[in-house]
Design a protein around this ligand. Structure first.
Ligand code: FEO
Length: 170
């Protein structure tokens, strides 16, 4: 069993991760509509990673004999007025998720829940990578996408992203 404050935050994180998957699906849909299939692919891979994150939180709760409660997933409400918009919003969203993971870590630390802190270590590192990826996308877009040829080549690069299952196994 876990401390109930920690357990509640872990449950809420399931919803946040599924919302992330939903948000990135919305971005993939936008890029598909714009015929930028590399960007679409990149966000489709991202949505799979977010789904995996949600399932890791679920499994961790179950492994600790905690009740899993599922809330409604909010509809993404972002409006995209340029190809750059989703990239900016993705970085902001990852910063939000990082803060959320940090809040759980803080609660676990407060309650001397070392098991949860160890579980979250993987996510602390993962968030560093996710923020870096999101930041790289913005920088590459600003460097290369100012003309159609550059955008075409960047779209092809985005297409090369490969989905890999999380290295954390519970
Ligand atoms: Fe699951 Fe993008 O953080």
């Amino acid at each position: 069993m876990l401390n109930q404050e920690v357990s509640k935050l872990l449950n809420e994180q399931i919803n946040k991760e599924f919302y992330s998957a939903y948000l990135y699906m919305d971005m993939a849909n936008y890029y598909s509509d714009q015929s930028l299939n590399g960007f679409e692919h990149w966000f489709f891979v991202q949505l799979q990673e977010e789904r995996d994150h949600a399932l890791l939180f679920r499994q961790y709760l179950l492994n600790n004999a905690e009740v899993v409660t599922l809330d409604a997933i909010a509809a993404p409400d972002k409006q995209y007025t340029s190809f750059r918009d989703p990239l900016i919003l993705a970085l902001e969203h990852e910063q939000f998720v990082t803060a959320s993971i940090n809040t759980i870590y803080e609660a676990a630390y407060k309650h001397k829940d070392f098991r949860t802190m160890q579980f979250l270590d993987w996510f602390i590192k993962e968030q560093g990578e996710e923020e870096k990826n999101a930041d790289d996308n913005i920088k590459k877009f600003d460097l290369f996408a100012s003309d159609p040829k550059g955008l075409y080549m960047l779209d092809n690069e985005m297409k090369a992203r490969v989905y890999t299952a999380p290295s954390l196994v519970l």
